[in-house]
Design a protein around this ligand. Structure first.
Ligand SMILES: Cc1cc2nc3c(=O)[nH]c(=O)nc-3n(C[C@H](O)[C@H](O)[C@H](O)COP(=O)(O)O)c2cc1C
Length: 165
């Protein structure tokens, strides 16, 4: 069962989680790249506004073909209690028919309805959400985020293996 991780990360937290997952589950991995400049305070404000209004993001084309993968992980940050727009756009564009999907987000402390929204977009794209998780990053350095991610990987493996046995 081959697995692939797609992740978008504006400031590195979700990238950190994705790398921990990548090592733990021995998957392939691809970063989702957004063409919009989201740096600095203006980038922050525009990102919040984009999420609030559900704006389509101008993401680069995905390089991985999905044909060879049974399991696809999709992760990104929470913006304004919603999924980040590069992640929403990605999910809308993918054909996820017949795929098992694991969703994950990072957030300061309040994920709002981000996972629920990602889940309904995934269903609309034909995917079957089998698991989802949140990593809260507020006041955590990279090492602690990696540690929290490892705990989430353990829970994920326990839950998914239990369901299948
Ligand atoms: C525009 C914007 C809005 C955000 N809104 C929320 C929010 O509603 N709830 C929350 O807990 N964190 C929020 N955050 C914090 C990020 O979700 C958090 O720092 C995340 O780990 C960043 O991930 P990244 O480094 O992969 O981009 C927001 C960040 C940005 C840039």
């Amino acid at each position: 069962m081959k697995s692939l991780i797609f992740y978008y990360s504006r400031t590195g937290n979700t990238a950190n989680v994705a790398q921990v997952l990548h090592k733990a589950i021995k998957s392939d991995i691809e970063e989702v790249k957004d063409r919009k400049d989201r740096s600095g305070i203006l980038g922050y404000l525009n990102s919040g506004k984009d999420a609030l209004f559900g704006k389509e993001a101008n993401i680069e084309s995905i390089k991985s073909g999905l044909k060879d993968y049974n399991n696809i992980f999709i992760g990104g940050p929470v913006w304004a209690l919603r999924p980040s727009t590069p992640v929403s756009t990605l999910i809308k564009r993918l054909d996820l028919k017949g795929k098992n999907i694991v969703l994950f987000v990072t957030c300061g402390g309040n994920p709002g309805k981000a996972l629920e929204k990602m889940s309904s977009l995934t269903t609309a794209s034909g995917g079957n959400v089998i698991y989802s998780f949140v990593v809260k990053t507020s006041k955590m350095d990279a090492a602690r985020i990696a540690q929290a991610s490892e705990s989430e990987v353990v829970k994920f493996k326990e839950t998914v293996i239990k369901k299948r046995t």
